[in-house]
Ligand binder design. Structure first.
Ligand code: NAD
Length: 434
């Protein structure tokens, strides 16, 4: 049980101004695994003031000193890898080995990468008679989701600190514990007071207080479209920079010359990574109509071969989802898919056999999915794959782009030129080929 009774503000572990607390629930045992303070808008304002006061001197700190602090943060995360990985596995449900490599390894590497980048990055560039100077934007509010909790925090905090910005971090109330561990690591690394601040709380109170604060120069938000829209609205009143990374309904396009077995298996693995709780998951698989039946069989076999169970046990492929709310949402999407006429190939809304406790969802594959169905349009955020038939490369591009989202995609082909041509027509931020 991890009990955090204080927030981290102005270099100190500070009492929250309210008496509220959040219980953090273990995804497998459904028991309370930790507790953090529920901060208020007053706490958010205190943290912003501290970050503002620290900004000028942090921005003027030599880059090698900032790199030294980031290296210490990297070392601090590495030293606590096992404990942090177990925490994320409890919060999110991801298998422990994946947690070590992805949930903790990535953020550790992120801190190191920014320390190294400071060595070579050119903050000034002369172009003709002009000098272009890259300056830190100021106080950055970082608002993060629960699915990769430490990674999302580090992916915002490390570059901000490297650039010379000061930070207020507000983690997700569902999975806040590794943000508190990060604050301990930063505290131990000896950063000047006020450079990094941590305020837990709800989105509606602390999140909006930060997004709307006139002393916050930038808000960097990752989460749902709903909350991102609200953050943008609230931030607009005080004219600040806003970066939003939102949801996805990404397509994996399999062209007719692709190695089918490999493409379907890898596509399904991508969709089910982190138990489907990944923004960039390839949740729509677009398959040539002539190979559709074979692709459905391969996907069924691959899904049924997955070892679903306790993510703390070696060899588990798929653990539970992060919360009861998320489990219920995903099961309800599965029921909607059935009601709207998609063919349930495997899985379904019932829990996997024998897994009554823990927020488990059966790995689910749908065939005969039409791109207009709810399960093809909305982000399910669970282990649910939709197979959709396409008739040509053009048709596949049309289907992939027929989405309100534009986060990620995959293209599979034996011909790299053809794959490249398809990838370039996809209106997404990122495309993986083969
Ligand atoms: P969420 O939007 O519910 O919450 C994200 C964060 O925003 C939390 O800290 C929450 O407290 C805060 N928040 C909620 N309402 C707010 C408001 N009105 N004002 C300010 N802050 C508010 O999302 P979630 O359920 O934690 O995460 C899942 C979502 O995140 C999915 O949609 C997923 O696709 C997305 N995501 C996107 C990326 C990406 O890089 N694009 C990465 C990971 C997750």
């Amino acid at each position: 049980m991890k009990l955090y009774k204080r927030l981290f503000i102005d270099g100190e572990w500070a009492e929250a101004s309210g008496s509220g607390r959040f219980d953090v629930i273990h995804s497998v045992t459904e028991e309370v695994m930790g507790r953090v303070p529920e901060g208020t808008s007053h706490d958010a304002a205190r943290a912003v003031e501290a970050a503002r006061a620290a900004f000028d001197s942090w921005a003027a700190t030599p880059r090698d000193v900032r790199a030294m602090y980031l290296t210490r943060i990297h070392e601090g995360v590495v030293a606590r890898t096992e404990e942090l990985a177990a925490t994320v596995t409890g919060e999110v449900g991801v298998p422990l080995q994946t947690s070590v490599v992805v949930q903790v390894g990535h953020p550790a590497n992120t801190a190191k990468a920014y320390a190294e980048l400071l060595d070579e990055y050119s903050f000034e560039q002369r172009i003709g008679h002009s000098l272009v100077v890259r300056e830190p934007v100021g106080v950055v509010a970082c608002i993060t989701p629960w699915n990769f909790p430490l990674h999302q925090a580090m992916a915002k905090v490390a570059p901000a600190l490297a650039a010379g910005c000061t930070v207020v971090l507000k983690p997700s109330e569902v999975a806040p514990l590794t943000a508190f561990a990060l604050a301990e690591i930063i505290d131990a690394a000896g950063l000047p007071r006020g450079v990094f601040n941590l305020v837990s709380g709800t989105g509606a109170t602390v999140g909006e207080a930060l997004a709307g604060h006139d002393q916050v120069d930038m808000v960097s938000f990752t989460g749902s479209t709903r909350a991102g829209r609200r953050v943008s609205e609230v931030a607009a009143r005080t004219i600040k920079r806003v970066a939003v990374e939102l949801g996805g309904k990404s397509a994996c396009i399999i062209l007719d010359d692709a190695p089918l077995e490999q493409a379907v298996t890898a596509g399904l693995a991508n969709c089910f990574r982190n138990c489907g709780q990944t923004c960039s998951a390839w949740s729509r698989m677009l398959v040539p109509r002539a190979k559709y039946a074979a692709a459905v069989e391969i996907a069924k076999r691959a899904a049924e071969a997955l070892d679903v169970g306790d993510p703390r046990v070696d060899g588990t492929d798929l653990g539970p989802l992060a919360s009861a709310l998320q489990r219920d949402r995903v099961r309800s999407y599965i029921s909607t898919g059935i009601e709207e006429g998609a063919t349930l190939v495997t899985g379904g809304p019932k829990p996997p056999p024998g897994l009554i406790k823990g927020y488990y969802v059966s790995p689910t594959v749908f065939a005969n999915v039409h791109n207009t169905m709810t399960i093809a349009r909305e982000e399910v955020f669970g282990p649910v794959l939709c197979l959709i038939a396409h008739d040509s490369d053009d048709d596949a591009v049309r289907l992939a782009n027929d989405s309100i989202y534009g986060l990620s995609a995959g293209v599979w082909s034996a011909d790299s030129k053809r794959a490249d041509a398809v990838a370039r027509r996809l209106r997404t931020g990122q495309v993986d080929i083969n």
